[in-house]
Write a protein that binds this ligand. Structure first.
Ligand SMILES: O=C(CO)[C@H](O)[C@H](O)COP(=O)(O)O
Ligand SMILES: [Co+2]
Length: 220
């Protein structure tokens, strides 16, 4: 997979005119769509589910990177595969049988990611890292867009990078929450491959330009 990527989080898009924002991302230099699914149980917020992803998939011309913030996500792996999701990320904290869930995601033809909450140590992934295509480090507490970046994330990225290298694993590091032009370069230099950005992109006056700026910051 390519590195130094931008994944706009649709959570911050205009839901009254989603198609317009989807076309904007298609047209932009962004690499993936980031789709945040929240169930009101694992996180204290409810976002969107299958019907909305089905609608997005109709217009999206870039891979769908889907971040499940739901309890027992293994129940829905097949449904997300059927919607055309490219990468499915589940939370470490939401999965009792994480290894089985990761295998199921791959068996359904998707790449598999595991997300860690800010309080969850990277070392817990040591026995699974070789099976993963992506690790998502939450740089805010999951559930809401527009929160402030947690600075401890920089050290976690470095620790994760060391684990990946020590285990000779081949997985991307994705950072999610509070990403902007101030922290993007440092995140990449610490070892991140994919930056998710929601509010910073969709709440800006010129989102296409904002994506382009972020892309040039992380490509240097
Ligand atoms: O997973 C998420 C929240 O749980 C979102 O992807 C994340 O918050 C992105 O939004 P922002 O860039 O506005 O912080
Ligand atoms: Co997310």
């Amino acid at each position: 997979m390519n590195k130094n990527m931008i994944a706009p989080s649709v959570l911050a898009a205009n839901f009254a005119n989603l198609q317009l924002d989807i076309e904007m991302v298609n047209y932009s230099e962004a690499d993936w769509f980031h789709l945040d699914v929240m169930d009101g149980m694992f996180v204290p917020n409810i976002s969107f589910g299958m019907p909305v992803i089905e609608a997005i998939a109709k217009y999206a011309k870039k891979p769908l990177d889907t971040h499940l913030m739901i309890q027992a996500p293994d129940r829905y792996v097949k449904d997300f595969a059927n919607l055309g999701v490219t990468n499915l990320t589940v939370h470490y904290e939401a999965c009792v049988h994480l290894h089985r869930c990761v295998q199921s995601i791959k068996d359904h033809g998707m790449t598999a990611g595991v997300a860690l909450n800010p309080h969850t140590p990277v070392s817990l992934l040591k026995d699974l890292i070789k099976d993963l295509d992506l690790v998502l480090l939450m740089s805010v507490n999951p559930g809401f867009g527009g929160q402030s970046f947690i600075h401890q994330t920089y050290a976690k990225i470095q620790e994760l990078k060391e684990l990946i290298q020590a285990k000779n694993a081949n997985c991307l590091i994705e950072i999610d929450g509070g990403v902007n032009d101030k922290n993007a370069a440092k995140l990449i230099s610490c070892g991140a491959d994919v930056l998710v950005a929601g509010s910073y992109i969709f709440k800006s006056e010129k989102p296409i330009q904002t994506i382009s700026n972020l892309k040039s910051i992380i490509s240097k």
